[in-house]
Write a protein that binds this ligand. Structure first.
Ligand code: ADP
Length: 403
């Protein structure tokens, strides 16, 4: 292998996000996004980042499918002298949402791997088909190039059975592969490792609670670099209050809505995944807007915020108990990195657990990983920007023989 570039692809059902990185210095060479694939209003936005900051380019035209999308991306990259046929390209790393129990590591994709990702479609009906389409299209474009799958679930496969199993009939659970898999694993892995770095320690020496708070949100308990529990389950619906998902709920609510509310399984699915969480509670899922409304005295927004924080606090407490000793609580993703009031409220009143934030440090805006707890606090509260693309690129590069 001679190349040092890695293309990272994140293929959704109607979108493809991509980044091209040079692994010698982890530099982004180009980033971009194709959205609304299959619609009249498709859009490709391509931003070359190297050398210098060239202007972003946009294409607004119908893009029929993933094949056309990837070809358009390849053409944009070629225009920057970064074509996919370059010997500099070492591999393509694909984000794959569900790897089930089997995929515990990044994996070079072959026919057997494709078949297994396909076999997992029943537990990830929204994500795995789109991921597969992206992989197959990229393989057709560069059949000779190693293509690597990096799974959102992989980091969580170390969870003990006591955390991974639901307390339901074992035979039924196993027959339908019902268990807790967890998601956002690439982010939890990256952030827990970075947090150890920030503390000047080896990951094996520290216990971290990672709070990935984006539009989707999940918490994890990481002991010595190994995930021992996480809040998402069979699907990303379980756990924290999210932008549009309910998170934890009494499962009987579902039967109740079906029996008494005359809703179908699909109706409840849409309700809990798309119309619940912050948007269901107050009509907004953007934390900036919610904070603005609270500042104006909006009671509905204030209650939505309180419910969000209450759940977050419960998970901090739960994972504190799971870990026994906690060295750091790390906040990441859109809300975790940017919303100082969320961080402050989440640890408020937890001084007895060694948790506190320093008001001044916490209000500083920065893109750097940093500690926002006061000197005296027993547990570090950290803000650690996540970088899932870099993590996918590094795992891919390592697997194909790079450093
Ligand atoms: P995802 O990858 O899950 O789509 P992100 O991690 O990008 O989400 O997070 C998106 C969310 O981050 C937005 O919905 C918004 O609530 C929140 N967010 C982004 N910027 C800010 C900010 N400056 N202050 C507060 N919240 C923010």
């Amino acid at each position: 292998m001679t190349g040092t570039r890695i293309l990272v692809l994140n293929s959704g059902s109607s979108s493809v996000k991509y980044q091209l990185l040079d692994m010698r210095d982890n530099a982004r060479l180009a980033v971009g996004l194709v959205e609304r694939i299959g619609e009249e209003t498709s859009r490709l936005k391509h931003t070359p980042l190297h050398p210098g900051d060239a202007a972003a380019r946009e294409q607004n035209r119908p893009i029929a499918d993933h094949e056309e999308a990837l070809k358009a991306v390849a053409a944009e990259l070629a225009q920057d002298g970064l074509g996919l046929d370059s010997p500099e390209l070492a591999a393509i790393g694909h984000r794959v949402v569900h790897g089930g129990k089997r995929f515990t590591e990044p994996t070079v994709i072959d026919d057997a791997v494709l078949a297994e990702i396909e076999r997992l479609i029943p537990v990830a009906p929204l994500h795995n088909p789109a991921n597969l389409t992206g992989i197959r299209t990229a393989m057709a474009l560069r059949p000779d190039l190693p293509q690597v799958a990096v799974f959102d679930t992989a980091f969580h496969t170390t969870m003990p059975e006591s955390a991974a199993r639901y307390a339901i009939d074992v035979k039924t659970a196993d027959e339908h592969r019902v268990r807790r898999y967890g998601f956002h694993g690439t982010s939890h892995a990256y952030v827990s490792r970075k947090t150890a770095e920030l503390l000047g320690k080896d990951p094996s020496e520290v216990n971290v609670i990672v709070l990935h708070l984006g539009n989707g949100a999940s918490a994890s308990a990481v002991r010595g670099g190994v995930c021992v529990d996480t809040s998402m389950g069979l699907t990303p619906l379980e756990g924290l209050v999210m932008g549009t998902r309910s998170g934890d709920i009494d499962p009987a609510v579902i039967f109740h809505l079906m029996r008494v509310g005359n809703m179908s399984a699909d109706d409840v699915d849409v309700l809990l995944n798309k119309k619940s969480g912050l948007i269901g509670l107050c009509g907004d899922n953007d934390m900036r807007e919610i904070r603005r409304r609270i500042d104006e005295g909006d009671q509905e927004a204030a209650l939505a915020f309180d419910i969000y924080i209450h759940r977050l606090k419960k998970y901090i407490g739960a994972y504190y108990a799971v870990l026994g000793r906690v060295d750091a609580v790390a906040f990441t993703a859109g809300v975790g990195e940017n919303a100082a009031p969320v961080r402050e409220a989440a640890v408020a009143g937890l001084e007895e657990l060694g948790l506190a934030v320093d008001g001044e440090l916490n209000s500083v805006r920065s893109d750097e990983a940093r500690i926002v707890s006061p000197e005296y606090a027993r547990v570090a509260v950290a803000v650690v920007p996540t970088d899932e693309e870099l993590e996918i690129a590094q795992q891919t590069y390592a697997l194909v023989g790079g450093a």
